[in-house]
Design a protein around this ligand. Structure first.
Ligand code: GAR
Length: 197
C-alpha cells in the first residue's frame, strides 16, 4: 500500500508511523514520500532522519487552504507517486473538492478531538476550555466538509482535575501515536475497508 504523508508541523505522528513500519506492524505499507508546505517543519526533519523521500512544496495563501495554481502543482506532484493512501498527519490546510476528486476515497486525517465535537483549529484548547471530562482523537476519511468525513476510529482521553492544557495535549498526542499506525496497518491488511471497495 503506497502511502504518502502530508504534514505541516512537528511530525510526531509521522514518526509514530515510521516506527511502526520499521517494526513491521503496518503490513504491506510503503511510505513513498512525506510532503510539507512548511520548509522548516519538524516532519521534514523526521523524514530525513529516517531516509524517507521528502518534498517541500509551497502552498501560498490563504494559509489554511490549498487552492488555485498551488493546488494544481500539489496534485501534479502527488499523482507521480500514485499513492494508495494519503495520510494528513498534522497537515493544516483545507483540501478542496477539486483536490479530493483527484484522490477519491484514499485520504485520511487525524484530528485531536472526538469528532463531531471541536472541529477545526485549536481543538485541544477548545475541549479544555469547555471543561469536557473526556476528549481524544479521531481518524476519518476526508471529504469536502472540514473534519466532517466518515469516522474510521477514535481513542478517548480522560481530562482529570488539575490537568493543564499542555497535559491534555500530551495525552491526546500519545493516543494519536497509537491509533494512527493501528488504522494504517488495518487498512493495509484489509481489516478496514476503503470506502470504494
Ligand atoms: C496532531 O495533534 C493532529 O491531530 C493535529 O495536528 C497535530 C500534528 O502534530 N491536526 C489538526 O489539528 C488538524 N485539524 P504532529 O505534527 O506532531 O504529528
Amino acid at each position: 500500500m503506497k502511502t504518502l504523508i502530508l504534514g505541516s508541523g512537528n511530525g510526531s505522528n509521522a514518526a509514530s508511523i515510521i516506527t511502526a513500519s520499521k517494526q513491521s506492524l503496518l503490513g504491506p505499507t510503503e511510505i513513498v514520500c512525506i510532503i510539507s508546505d512548511v520548509s522548516t517543519s519538524g516532519i521534514l526533519k523526521v523524514a530525513n532522519e529516517n531516509d524517507i523521500e521528502t518534498q517541500f512544496v509551497e502552498a501560498g495563501s490563504p494559509k489554511h487552504k490549498l487552492s488555485g495554481e498551488f493546488e494544481t502543482k500539489w496534485i501534479e506532484i502527488i499523482r507521480k507517486y500514485n499513492p494508495d493512501l494519503i495520510v494528513m498527519a498534522g497537515f493544516m490546510r483545507i483540501l478542496e473538492r477539486s483536490f479530493l476528486n483527484n484522490f477519491k476515497d484514499i485520504i485520511i486525517n487525524i484530528h485531536p478531538s472526538l469528532l463531531p465535537s471541536f472541529k477545526g483549529l485549536q481543538a485541544i484548547e477548545k475541549a479544555f476550555e469547555r471543561g469536557v471530562k473526556i476528549t481524544g482523537c479521531t481518524i476519518h476519511w476526508v471529504n469536502d466538509e472540514v473534519d466532517g468525513g466518515q469516522i474510521i476510529a477514535q481513542a478517548p482521553v480522560r481530562i482529570m482535575d488539575g490537568d493543564t492544557c499542555e497535559i491534555v495535549r500530551s495525552k491526546v498526542q500519545a493516543a494519536e501515536h497509537m491509533l494512527l499506525p493501528w488504522v494504517i496497518g488495518d487498512l493495509a491488511n484489509g481489516n478496514i475497508p476503503f470506502p470504494s471497495s
